[in-house]
Design a protein around this ligand. Structure first.
Ligand code: ZN
Ligand code: ZN
Length: 327
């Protein structure tokens, strides 16, 4: 099978032919149909995360079909599944036993410690796969499995906030905007300064307002979701949210946060991160997605062109989500 592999930090993907993985126990072998490209994959490429299990096949937004299953798998051969970032948790620790398996210290993640979906086949633990309707289109379903889910978890942390700023209008942002507007909330989108194309994309997706991150918010916001990996956006967002507002950081990696006056945090403003997802998030979000109002914008690439997809994401030259298609 064709696989694309990061062998060390700072290097491009290399194409390799490998044998298909064996399956046993709870494993399933999945024939990949589509795999979304996530900013986290860029952080894996750059070695910006701890404990990357090189050589690693990235990819954690996978739509595929089960072609082999271990004896303990409750998913049968032929079923359509989605694979997310969460690959395995211990099930024993305080976090796992209190509905917070996303924080498990022993958790393992696809495309980071476990080989992911930049391949014709991948192995996954059936207990962490999500059943998908066979009729769903692969390319536009893949982005729901990380970008959609992390956006959804971030939006839930914003509580009942009505006016929400989004900083960095890419893959997660354009899906969470569709969820938020469906819930009658208003989105204020902040893009890279002078990125008129991204502003137009945000407005077309349903944002109430769009502008550069060098501009002040046009009104006081109730919450801010930060998806761009730029720590300087946190003090910026603190100035945009009103008293009691919350800043939610959705990315796995961010540059250092510049210092800021305590007065900007004063007034019970909060800053918090979103880490990973739980399986419950997956079930909740996929049930919402089944209502059919989400329409991710995708740019597709053949699997073999994954390096081009990563550089287009890095350079901000694509709207929505890059998705690799496996023939
Ligand atoms: Zn991701
Ligand atoms: Zn655990």
């Amino acid at each position: 099978m064709l696989t694309l592999v990061f062998h060390s930090s700072g290097t491009d993907l290399l194409a390799e032919q490998r044998a298909e993985p064996d399956v046993a126990g709870y494993d399933v072998l999945i024939r990949v149909e589509a795999c979304g490209v996530c900013r986290t994959d860029l952080h894996v490429r750059a070695g910006e995360l701890p404990d990357i299990n090189y050589p690693i096949v990235p990819g954690h937004q996978v739509v595929g079909r089960v072609v082999a299953a271990g004896t303990h798998s409750e998913i049968a051969i032929g079923e359509r599944v989605g694979v997310t970032w969460l690959g395995w948790t211990c099930g024993q620790c305080d976090y796992c036993r209190s509905g917070r398996e996303n924080l498990c210290d022993a958790a393992r993640f696809h495309g980071y410690q476990l080989d992911g979906g930049y391949a014709e086949y991948m192995r996954a633990d059936a207990r962490y796969c999500f059943p998908l309707d066979p009729a769903l289109p692969a390319a536009t379903t893949a982005p729901l499995l990380c970008a959609g889910l992390i956006g959804f978890r971030s939006l839930r942390m914003a509580g009942d906030a009505r006016r929400i700023g989004i900083y960095g209008f890419g893959s997660a942002a354009h899906i969470v905007t569709q969820v938020a507007t469906h819930e009658q909330r208003e989105i204020y989108a902040f893009t890279r300064p002078d990125d008129t194309e991204a502003c137009e994309f945000a407005l077309a997706t349903g944002a109430t307002w769009a502008g550069g991150s060098d501009q002040p918010a046009p009104c006081a916001l109730d919450a801010a979701l930060i998806f761009a990996p730029d720590g300087a956006l946190i003090p910026k967002a603190l100035k945009d949210v009103r008293k009691g507002g919350v800043i939610i950081c959705g990315g796995i990696h961010m540059s250092d946060i510049p210092s800021f006056p305590y007065a900007d945090l004063w007034g019970e403003r909060q800053i918090r991160s979103v880490a990973n997802l739980t399986r419950q998030d997956g079930h909740d979000f996929m049930a919402l997605a089944a209502e059919g109002f989400l329409h991710p914008c995708v740019t597709t690439y053949p699997l073999a062109d994954a390096n081009a997809a990563l550089s287009d994401l890095e350079n901000g030259t694509l709207n929505g989500t890059a998705v690799l298609i496996v023939d």
